[in-house]
Design a protein around this ligand. Structure first.
Ligand SMILES: [Ca+2]
Ligand SMILES: [Ca+2]
Ligand SMILES: [Ca+2]
Length: 168
């Protein structure tokens, strides 16, 4: 009896790191799922002419709309107050999740000449859209199939990360 209990205990201990790793994997899959949904929603919104693809014109139009929305005093530049308003909005949308370092500085990076103001051109140039990473045939537009393929790639990468043994 005692031996069986000890064996069971040993098994539990041995399995513990695996369980922790599976939980981390679940959280990752969850995030990925949410990200895929978000990308799909954004895609549908960007595809104004509903031809099943998002092209450069549609992306530029989206960037122009975002700029117009951010430039609240309509002087043609996003100044520090307006940039702060964007950051606040982003922080609100993010909730209590920590900011991604690379995303936090997008506005700062956009201000190429560092005069504290982002012009329309600077803003457009900084908008290296996440979506273009899905453009696998590099024809300047992203079809829904390319987006699905891209999401599949992210999924595979996450699966691979899950398959790695948990760090000790
Ligand atoms: Ca389209
Ligand atoms: Ca302004
Ligand atoms: Ca394409």
């Amino acid at each position: 009896m005692i031996r069986i209990a000890a064996a069971a205990l040993a098994a539990t201990v041995a399995l513990a790191p695996l369980a922790a790793s599976a939980a981390a994997g679940d959280a990752r899959q969850d995030r990925l799922q949410k990200r895929a949904e978000m990308m799909s929603k954004r895609f549908d919104k960007l595809d104004k002419n509903k031809d099943g693809a998002v092209d450069k014109t549609e992306m530029e139009a989206a960037s122009a709309r975002a700029f117009d929305k951010a430039d609240t005093n309509k002087d043609g530049v996003i100044d520090e107050t307006e940039a702060k308003a964007i950051r606040d909005r982003m922080a609100e949308r993010r909730g209590d999740r920590p900011a991604k370092a690379n995303r936090k500085d997008r506005l700062e990076r956009a201000d190429v000449d560092k005069d504290g103001k982002i012009t329309r051109d600077e803003f457009a140039a900084s908008a290296t859209p996440w979506l273009m990473r899905a453009d696998s045939d590099k024809d300047g537009k992203v079809t829904k199939a390319e987006l699905d393929e891209y999401v599949g790639k992210l999924q595979k990468r996450a699966d691979k990360a899950d398959a790695k043994p948990a760090a000790q």
